[in-house]
Design a protein around this ligand. Structure first.
Ligand SMILES: [Zn+2]
Length: 311
């Protein structure tokens, strides 16, 4: 009997080690290359990642019932980017800084996910990625996303949400915006395509019909091009009022993001979700500070009452 217990303890200790390793390993690879629409990847990104599929099945029989992947996230950092590259204003984040930021997230076990995925986690209905979730959003759908951001994000298996202004898509007057073909490629990878209206107006100044045209109209156009639902909306320049929020809800969106500064939490109104602006002036040290040490528990008001930053 004693011998049996001792053997059990040894076995349990060994399994614990295996489980710890198995949990740590997938952090190397956030998501399979090629996104959710891709077939299971037979070419692991790193040699260490190749070992994890063999380890996981070995511990499953003794960890019954199998751990459910769905969990809620108490809070989320939703990062807001615009242009990647060198440019004349604070909307630009240099390629070097962006690469350093994504490398930091990857090396510290974070996984870039979409806003729609992040909102599901906050609501307790999502599936945690293989890593600590951080939502990445890119406003205005600039072509610099394709040139500089996409290669870095896909290298780490990160996803992101790109907010598209439909009138500027495939429009030769806006050569620095993504084309429909590029947007289609991003969607096929697993990037979320959200709406940023048709023409980027100041929404609070519009009539009800104007709001419908910009908010519902852009959703319809995106869904026709992508043949998939569009769940997320982003207010141009962060401008909204109750009538705008109502129009966004009636159009069938699930959530909308603002430019109000703060971590997102479950108690946020679904159409007034705060974000963390990443500007060209943010130093690497300040970026790192946002993620470590662990964020202390905060009251909803403390989290959401940060300053509003004008874009
Ligand atoms: Zn914008």
């Amino acid at each position: 009997m004693k011998k049996g217990i001792s053997r059990y303890k040894v076995l349990w200790a060994m399994l614990t080690v295996v489980v710890v390793i198995a949990l740590a390993w997938p952090l190397k690879v956030c998501l399979p290359k090629g996104g959710r629409n891709a077939a299971p990847d037979s070419t692991p990104v790193s040699s260490t990642a190749a070992a994890s599929p063999a380890v996981v099945p070995a511990v499953q029989p003794v960890t019954a019932p199998a751990p459910a992947p769905a969990k809620s996230a108490p809070y989320l950092q939703i990062l807001m980017y615009h242009e990647i590259g060198d440019g004349p204003n604070g909307l630009y984040v240099s390629v070097k800084n962006f690469e350093q930021q994504m490398k930091y997230l990857h090396d510290n076990g974070y996984c870039g996910i979409t806003l729609n995925e992040g909102k599901a986690l906050l609501d307790g209905r999502g599936t945690l990625p293989a890593g600590k979730p951080v939502v990445l959003t890119f406003d205005d759908a600039y072509s610099s996303f394709m040139t500089y951001a996409y290669p870095v994000l896909s290298q780490y298996g990160f996803r992101a949400t790109v907010f598209v202004i439909t009138d500027r898509t495939g429009n030769s007057s806006y050569p620095n915006h993504l084309t429909w073909e590029q947007i289609g490629e991003l969607a096929a990878y697993g990037m979320e395509i959200g709406s940023h209206t048709k023409s980027h107006p100041s929404l609070p100044t519009l009539s009800p019909a104007g709001l419908d045209e910009e908010i519902r109209g852009s959703k319809t156009i995106l869904e026709e091009h992508l043949a998939q639902p569009v769940y997320s909306f982003c207010y141009p320049a962060g401008e909204y009022n109750p009538a705008v929020v109502d129009a966004v809800a009636r159009a069938g969106y699930q959530q909308a993001v603002t430019v109000k500064y703060g971590w997102a939490i479950k108690k946020n109104a679904p159409f007034e979700i705060p974000r963390i602006r990443i500007s060209r002036y943010l130093t690497y040290d300040k970026f790192v500070e946002m993620f470590a040490p662990p964020v202390p528990a905060q009251s909803p008001s403390a989290v959401t009452s940060g300053k509003t930053v004008k874009p």
